[in-house]
Design a protein around this ligand. Structure first.
Ligand SMILES: NC(=O)c1ccc[n+]([C@@H]2O[C@H](COP(=O)([O-])OP(=O)(O)OC[C@H]3O[C@@H](n4cnc5c(N)ncnc54)[C@H](O)[C@@H]3O)[C@@H](O)[C@H]2O)c1
Length: 420
């Protein structure tokens, strides 16, 4: 099939490269010329293990352009993969979705047999209540009759996105017309996993509830971790036992300094805003965010217990990405930590194997060092991302405050963990 992918971030880039690998012809579209040049050169614009290789392997089946109209007119299916960030008040910002839909709609005016799939994370009601009317107005055609429209939310995890695409836990297809449903079923047929066909708003809600539940699990693990620390109980051992219950499952029970990334914080906030809009007080969801915001500051409380005056002290940071195996720093827990350190007059020495370039754009004033070992020269070291290489450092003689439970760091002369 001929597929266009609008938006070449983590989701668009992975989706397009993987569909090309399944044999389809893919046209990537982005507004950012740097991303277009990178993809056409066989280089992913983001760091994702295996993605460069996949783009290079399938270079004859893919091309990137800034010409959305040409891309849509040359293809049968368009995936909308643009960003859906938070507004200041936490509600979802649909600017990119609206403008992509309007541009696609204008092409559909002159085009037969096209299907638009919304892959961006959007609140229930958005595909039918926002995207559909824009497409109909701009094209002068009727959705589900003269063009197809469906929802196919994405569940990939950065860092293991290719594996998640080819062997997902499930695929959710939100469709109300047979043609769109069949098309998505056919596209996904090489992927062996349960496929759930449902109404479009249900598909949209499944994505939010999945992220909200995972975020809840993390904040729950952190709150229990805070209690365990005060009681001298090993929280990791507690959750090993708790996770053995098949109704609970051990995943996402690592207590630490909380979740970041482009999805959990913004999706939970968007669900909170939606709940309030429909007259429901989302008590649990609000607490999930509150626990998450307090958690990185606990690392600094521990630091000042060992090093009371941070003014002119050099504090080392191991990890800037919001999690290992990505260069993504969106909502990274390192951000509030760096903010506070700078406010208290500390000098920050930072290292991350992948994310220093992105972090430097936000914080050019801190010192980036070429290796993790260089960070150990600081007066105290904070561990903020659990990169594997931090497991093999020699921490002896150092003050180490650990937010991610790196076992080897216990060799520090002073060692303290946020929840242990
Ligand atoms: N990153 C993840 O792990 C992940 C996982 C699942 C779902 N999602 C969801 O998928 C969506 C995309 O996420 P992302 O992390 O890939 O975003 P991103 O910000 O990394 O990328 C979005 C891209 O869309 C481009 N864009 C915006 N408007 C455009 C337009 N009109 N035409 C062409 N390109 C346009 C931007 O330039 C950018 O490159 C979001 O809704 C997000 O919540 C993300």
């Amino acid at each position: 099939m001929k597929i266009s992918v609008i938006g070449c971030g983590y989701v668009g880039c992975v989706t397009g490269a993987c569909f090309a690998d399944l044999g389809h012809d893919v046209v990537f579209v982005d507004l950012d010329p740097g991303k277009i040049i990178a993809i056409n050169a066989g280089k992913a614009p983001i760091y994702e293990p295996g993605l460069d290789e996949l783009l290079q392997k399938n270079s004859s089946k893919l091309v990137a352009t800034d010409d959305l109209a040409d891309a849509v007119s040359r293809t049968e299916i368009t995936f909308i993969c643009v960003g859906t960030p938070s507004k200041q008040d936490g509600s979802i910002d649909l600017t990119y979705v609206r403008s992509a839909a309007a541009e696609i709609g204008r092409v559909l005016k002159e085009k037969q047999d096209h299907t638009v799939i919304v892959k961006s994370t959007v609140l229930p009601g958005t595909t039918e209540g926002v995207v559909l009317p824009i497409l109909e107005t701009e094209s002068g055609k009727r959705a589900f009759i003269e063009f197809g429209l469906a929802s196919n939310p994405e569940f990939l995890r950065e860092g293991s996105a290719l594996t998640d695409f080819f062997t997902p836990d499930r695929i959710i297809i939100g469709a109300s017309d047979d043609r769109s449903r069949r098309l998505l079923e056919e596209l996904c047929s090489p992927i062996d996993c349960p496929k759930m066909i449902t109404a479009i708003p249900v598909a949209e809600m499944i994505k939010y509830v999945s992220n909200a539940f995972l975020a809840t699990k993390i904040s729950f693990a952190n709150e229990i971790g805070n209690i365990c620390k005060q009681m001298g109980i090993d929280t990791a051992e507690v959750f090993r036992g708790v996770g053995m219950d098949h109704r609970i499952n051990p995943a996402f029970f690592q207590s630490g300094i909380g979740f970041g990334g482009s999805c959990f914080p913004k999706d939970v906030r968007a669900l909170i805003a939606k709940a309030e809009e429909v007259g429901v007080e989302p008590k649990i969801l609000k607490d999930v965010i509150e626990v998450n915001e307090e958690q990185p500051l606990k690392l600094l409380e521990l630091l000042t217990a060992h090093l009371p005056d941070l003014d002119r002290k050099t504090i080392g940071l191991l990890g800037l990405a919001f999690k290992p195996n990505t260069d993504d720093i969106r909502e990274s827990r390192a951000i509030p930590i760096v903010e506070t350190l700078l406010r208290k007059g500390a000098t920050v020495l930072a290292y991350d194997p992948m994310a220093m370039g992105n972090f430097r754009k936000l914080y050019p004033q801190i010192n980036y060092v070429p290796t993790a070992v260089d960070v150990l020269a600081a007066d105290a070291v904070l561990i903020t991302t659990e990169w594997k290489e931090f497991e093999s450092l020699s921490y002896s003689g150092k003050i180490v405050i650990d937010g991610r439970r790196i076992e080897r760091a216990r060799n520090g002369s002073i060692y303290d963990g946020v929840c242990w």
